[in-house]
Design a protein around this ligand. Structure first.
Ligand code: NAP
Ligand code: GDD
Length: 411
């Protein structure tokens, strides 16, 4: 029997990389859509990438973009997938306030384009569809904990776009009898989480402080509370949803909530640094209890025009009907992320050369080339930073080879 074919949009992202691994392990032929980029964007899937010249490769990449309907139709036609996982999105909530139109195009209409491609190609009876919906759709929460029946109240262009994608998926299921399911997923993180989401920003920042590469971490709203789980478990939940006879939507969540302040405290604690928060509002700061040094400061630039203060999911339905349950407690997740960041930063070269994980089998020439690219990224941000402009990159470049700068400001 020939292998099942899966098509993953967003395969180069955090979840895409976990899902692709899982499906390959299950014997799927995996096709991923990656965007054209002027630099490599496949860092998270380097170890599972197969050269098309290899005999019988199981992993295939297609250039594509969910904002391009013709491209999407062609890729779906070529692959004839049994399962489509739509993970592609401009997934950063704060960035969506700056790029609302693009976010709507990719996150809302992207889902529509895929669903239409399946329909136009008359694959409704052949192709199952998964939509990556989000707990952000609950926004200003109407009840706690949030379940599949909790009313939505989105609070950002990202959440509004995702709400469209959610409902259009439900509509295609009902209108065209498609096997389409939405996973309403609460925050999930991992060592390959994008560096500008708060958990990874904290684990990277704390690792840099613990190793003497930075002296302060700037954050936004410390009061925000999230239900944080491990991404690899959420990828398993996505697959489980598409194995059901009857398609339905499911909440995936841990049922535990943690504030940004507590997450920060845990990560410092795991790095052997005890911190204490003092002060109110924008003047609140985190101090090392041993040295009295200020290690965490608020930067109001990271506040959002409209914030989602609190998210807590109830995944009872997923447990009862899929047998899915979150397994990794937030403290274990934080420790795993910190350890990965510490490990890659301890090896100065890999800290400068990798986006997310250890540099593994990278050649010295490639590492050198990537190091230069990484440095350039930081320099760009330094130019934008008013307070630290004076301290030009030169000093840091001398000290760290340009790989990091003091007072790292990461969003
Ligand atoms: P991520 O790391 O930001 O990955 C997003 C992926 O989408 C990347 O591969 C990105 O490509 C790709 N992408 C962005 N715009 C695209 C476009 N126009 N066309 C094609 N590909 C595009 O996000 P994630 O954390 O893995 O999340 C996966 C999905 O789940 C997203 O839809 C997200 O909104 C949703 N979700 C995530 C969470 C969470 O906590 N992680 C919770 C609920 C829902 P590049 O690599 O080239 O940028
Ligand atoms: N990014 C960031 N940076 N967030 C900060 C910071 C900071 O410096 N300081 C405080 N926060 C707060 C944010 O205001 C938010 O309340 C919370 O930390 C979490 O922010 P993010 O990690 O950026 O994630 P998110 O909850 O906004 O969105 C993520 O989860 C959604 C699921 O609920 C993303 O992965 C979305 O794509 C996903 O749908």
């Amino acid at each position: 029997m020939s292998a099942k074919r899966a098509l993953i949009t967003g395969v180069t992202g955090q979840d895409g990389s976990y899902l692709a691994r899982l499906l390959l392990k299950k014997g799927y032929e995996v096709h991923g859509v990656k965007r054209r980029s002027s630099s490599f964007n496949t860092g998270r899937i380097e170890d599972i990438y197969e050269d098309p010249h290899d005999p019988d490769p199981q992993m295939h990449l297609h250039f594509g973009d969910v904002t391009d309907a013709t491209n999407i139709i062609r890729v779906v036609q070529e692959v004839q997938p049994h399962e489509v996982y739509n993970l592609a999105a401009q997934s950063h909530v704060q960035v969506s306030f700056e790029t609302p139109e693009y976010t709507a195009n990719a996150d809302a209409l992207g889902a529509l384009r895929l669903l239409e491609a399946v329909r136009i190609l008359k694959l409704e009876g052949h192709t199952r569809f998964f939509q990556a919906s989000t707990s952000e759709m609950f926004g200003m929460v109407q009840e706690t904990p949030q379940t599949e029946t909790t009313p939505f109240y989105p609070r950002s262009p990202y959440a509004v776009a995702k709400l469209y994608a959610h409902w259009i998926t439900v509509n295609y299921r009902e209108a065209y009898n498609m096997h389409a399911a939405c996973g309403i997923m609460f925050n999930h993180e991992s060592p390959v989480r994008g560096e500008t989401f708060v958990t990874r920003k904290i684990t990277r920042g704390v690792a840099a402080i613990a190793l003497g590469l930075a002296d302060r971490l700037y954050l936004g709203n410390l009061d925000a509370q999230r239900d944080w789980g491990h991404a690899k478990e959420y990828a398993r939940g996505m697959w489980m949803m598409l194995q059901q006879d009857v398609p339905q939507d499911f909440v995936l969540a841990t049922g535990q909530v943690t504030s940004v302040r507590d997450f920060t405290r845990y990560v410092f604690e795991d790095a052997g640094i005890e911190i204490e928060f003092r002060g109110e509002g924008e003047d609140e700061k985190g101090y090392c209890t041993k040295t009295g040094k200020c290690l965490v400061e608020i930067d109001p630039r990271y506040f959002r025009p409209t914030e989602v203060d609190f998210l807590l999911g109830d995944a009872s339905k997923a447990k009862a009907e899929l047998g899915w349950e979150a397994e990794t407690p937030v403290r274990e997740l934080a420790r795993e992320m910190l350890e990965a960041d510490m490990a890659s930063m301890k090896d100065g070269a890999s800290w400068r050369t990798t986006r997310s994980r250890g540099s593994a089998s990278m050649s010295p020439a490639m590492a050198e080339w990537l190091a230069r690219r990484w440095c350039a990224g930081w320099e760009t941000r330094i130019v934008k930073s008013s307070r630290h402009r004076a301290r030009s990159t030169c000093a840091n470049r001398r000290r760290f080879g340009g790989g990091f700068r003091k007072n790292a400001r990461m969003r």
